[in-house]
Design a protein around this ligand. Structure first.
Ligand code: KIV
Length: 272
C-alpha cells in the first residue's frame, strides 16, 4: 500500500513527478463546482480534474461533445475559487483544439487566463502533436489522455475497453512515448487492459493516471459523482462506489416533502 510520503502544501506538476519517483500513488477526482471542489480539496486530493464529463454529469448530455469552452471556463473558475492545495487540470472541450494548433493555443490561453486553472488536458496522441507543442511552448502544462477518449465516441461506436488488439496497443504505447517526449507532465489512460497500462507506466518517466486501467499505474482518477453513488445507472466494472448518495439524497428529499405536506416543517423552533 502506498501512502503519502511527503507533505505538499500545494500540488504542482513537479510534485506529481516527485510522487512517481517516490512510488507514492497520485489521487485525482473530477469536480465542476465550488461546493464539491471545497470538500474534495479539503479531503486531501492531489489533482482535481474539471473534466468535460461535466457535459454528462452536470448538463445531462449523452456524450462529452456538446460542452463549450465558455462552459468549461465557468466550471473551472468555480472550482479554482475553492482550492487551497490541489492541482487543477481543465479539459479542453471537443472542437476547441482539433481543427488547428493556433486555435488550440487560443483555447488553452482562455482557460488559463479566464478560469485560473493550472493545466489543460487534451485527448489524443501524435494526430494532435502540433497543438500540444504550441500549447507547451506557451508555458502551459499539458496532460495527455489516451485509450478510451470519449470525445471520439462516434468513431469508436461503444464505450468498451480499448487497445485489446496488438495494433492499437502498439499505437497507444508509441503515443504515450510521444507525449512524454513532447513535454506533457502526465497522461491519463482510460479503460485499457491492466497489463498494457502497467507497461506504459513503466516505459515513461512521467506519471500515468488510470481510470479502468488497473493498479499498475502511478495514480487513479474517478468521476466524483460516480464515487459518491449519485449516478446509479452507470455501472462499469472499474467503478468503486464509496457511498450510495443517490438513495440517501432521495430519502432525505422524500422526508422533506412529507414534512412540508404534513406541516411538520417548520416547527416552532424553526421560525422567528
Ligand atoms: O472528463 C473526465 O471526467 C475525464 C476522466 C474520465 C479522466 O476525462
Amino acid at each position: 500500500m502506498s501512502v503519502a510520503k511527503k507533505e505538499y502544501k500545494r500540488v504542482t506538476v513537479h510534485s506529481l513527478m516527485e510522487m512517481k519517483q517516490d512510488g507514492e500513488k497520485i489521487s485525482m477526482l473530477t469536480a465542476y463546482d465550488y461546493t464539491m471542489a471545497k470538500i474534495v480539496d479539503g479531503a486531501g486530493i492531489d489533482v482535481i480534474l474539471v473534466g468535460d464529463s461535466a457535459s454528462n454529469v452536470m448538463a445531462g448530455h449523452e456524450t462529452t461533445l456538446p460542452i463549450t469552452l465558455d462552459q468549461m471556463i465557468y466550471h473551472a473558475s468555480s472550482v479554482i475559487r475553492a482550492i487551497d492545495r490541489a492541482l487543477v487540470v481543465v479539459d479542453l472541450p471537443f472542437g476547441s483544439y482539433q481543427s488547428d494548433p493556433k486555435e488550440a493555443l487560443r483555447s488553452a490561453i482562455r482557460i488559463m487566463k479566464e478560469s485560473g486553472g493550472h493545466a489543460v488536458k487534451l485527448e489524443g496522441g501524435k494526430e494532435i502533436k502540433e497543438s500540444i507543442k504550441r500549447i507547451l511552448n506557451a508555458g502551459i502544462p499539458v496532460m495527455g489522455h489516451l485509450g478510451l477518449t470519449p470525445q471520439s465516441i462516434y468513431k469508436f461506436g461503444t464505450y468498451t475497453v480499448r487497445a485489446r488488439e496488438e495494433a492499437e496497443a502498439e499505437k497507444l504505447m508509441s503515443d504515450a512515448k510521444f507525449l512524454e517526449k513532447a513535454g506533457c507532465f502526465a497522461i491519463v489512460l482510460e479503460k485499457i487492459p491492466a497489463e498494457l497500462a502497467k507497461k506504459v507506466a513503466a516505459s515513461v518517466a512521467i506519471p500515468v493516471i488510470g481510470i479502468g486501467a488497473g493498479s499498475g499505474v502511478d495514480g487513479q482518477v474517478l468521476v466524483l459523482h460516480d464515487l459518491l453513488g449519485m449516478t446509479h445507472e452507470f455501472n462499469p466494472r472499474f467503478l468503486r462506489r464509496y457511498m450510495n448518495l443517490y438513495d440517501d439524497m432521495t430519502k432525505a428529499i422524500t422526508n422533506y416533502v412529507d414534512d412540508v405536506k404534513s406541516a411538520d416543517f417548520p416547527n416552532s423552533e424553526e421560525q422567528y
